[in-house]
Design a protein around this ligand. Structure first.
Ligand code: GTQ
Length: 351
């Protein structure tokens, strides 16, 4: 018979002795886990990211004012960064993603460069500016979703006659976490266009692929997802189907060659909520950034309510239960780090 394991004698806590021990090992950059364990391995997500809204009405005058203070040439990118109030000074809207409002005035050029970070553009206001990626220009219209893949040359220009403002979403904090960032300015201000506008949409945006198509990267070969098509799809679904209890009519954008996420680090969505829709409570582990395209509505969490209007941007942090309500028919664009979480077996949701 094995003898019972003797219980360790109760130790009188010796705080002073422990403190002295911590001090001694600290000099060698060593620390006791037990002092921090419960802050490191928490029972549920513990994010510094807080729910927040950036109102277009308030931000537009500042965006235009920035246009008087600095040129796109001087700034390289004239952007007002949308910082999460819980993450001030860190240039991020969620713990893992960056967002900003970029302004390009008529006649301006934002010079060509490339970087490891992947970018999305979601056009909020104005038409006639373009972004060029890999030799192809995309002329921007409100509601268009456009991709700049990692390490591809890109420049923006505005040959039109009105200011154009879009929401930038980048995976800057993810790339920073991994210390994998590179950046290179182009020797020329703008890249030479080698393809016809609309070529990538014709090749990849018609449920078909070129015969010899071989994926060259994890990012979608389709750079431009025009709002017109997205809107038409949502209208068709809304006419034919019952709304989902939490999301109403929500679609995810895909890489048409794989059916997977359009970017390896960022998922994007568009949803339509019929007038009067009152969504059930929902939460997921991917902190999500929403941009309002059409309509008026509310997002509720805890006992708080945020009212939103077109071009407002709001954030719902990881694992925060929220519900969406449409006072008028609403269309919402959104993006999150879901592809990263899914790839790592981390993503969870709860309705
Ligand atoms: O347009 O390339 O908002 O490099 C931040 C960094 C936009 C861009 C941003 C960038 C860009």
């Amino acid at each position: 018979m094995p003898s019972a394991v003797p219980k360790p004698a109760a130790q009188p806590t010796n705080q002073a002795e422990r403190k002295a021990f911590y001090k001694k090992i600290e000099k060698a950059s060593v620390a006791p886990l037990w002092e921090v364990l419960h802050d490191l391995i928490t029972r549920a997500p513990k994010t510094p990211c807080v729910p927040a809204i950036f109102r277009w009405r308030e931000l537009l005058p500042w965006v235009l004012e920035s246009g008087k203070l600095i040129t796109a040439k001087e700034a390289e990118r004239r952007v007002l960064v949308l910082e999460n109030p819980g993450l001030r000074g860190q240039a991020r809207i969620t713990h893992s993603l960056y967002a900003g409002l970029q302004l390009i005035l008529p006649g301006e050029v934002a010079r060509a460069h490339r970087h490891s970070q992947t970018a999305l553009r979601f056009v909020l206001s104005g038409s006639g500016a373009f972004t060029a990626v890999e030799g192809e220009r995309v002329t921007m219209h409100p509601g268009d979703f456009i991709i700049t893949p990692s390490w591809t040359w890109h420049d923006h220009g505005n040959p039109g006659d009105e200011p154009v403002i879009w929401l930038d979403g980048l995976d800057i904090p993810i790339v920073e976490l991994l210390d994998a960032q590179f950046m290179e300015p182009m020797h020329a201000e703008s890249q030479v266009t080698s393809r016809t506008e609309g070529q990538s949409l014709a090749r990849y945006g018609a449920n078909m692929l070129p015969l010899d198509y071989r994926p060259s990267r994890k990012t979608s070969p389709l750079a431009w997802y025009p709002y017109e098509r997205t809107r038409e799809a949502l209208a068709g679904i809304a006419k034919a189907e019952e709304p989902h209890p939490a999301h109403a009519h929500k679609l995810q954008y895909v890489n048409p060659a794989t059916g997977g996420y359009p970017m390896p680090t960022i998922a994007t969505f568009m949803q339509l909520m019929p007038q009067g829709f009152s969504g059930k409570s929902y939460r997921s582990t991917d902190s999500t950034v929403f941009a309002v395209v059409e309509g008026k509505g509310r997002v509720c969490f805890g006992d708080e309510t945020l009212h939103f209007e077109p071009r407002d941007v709001f954030v719902m942090p990881s694992w925060t239960a929220y519900s969406l309500h449409a006072d008028r028919e609403c269309v919402l664009f959104s993006f999150s780090d879901r592809p990263v979480q899914v790839a790592l077996d981390l993503w969870r949701e709860e309705a």
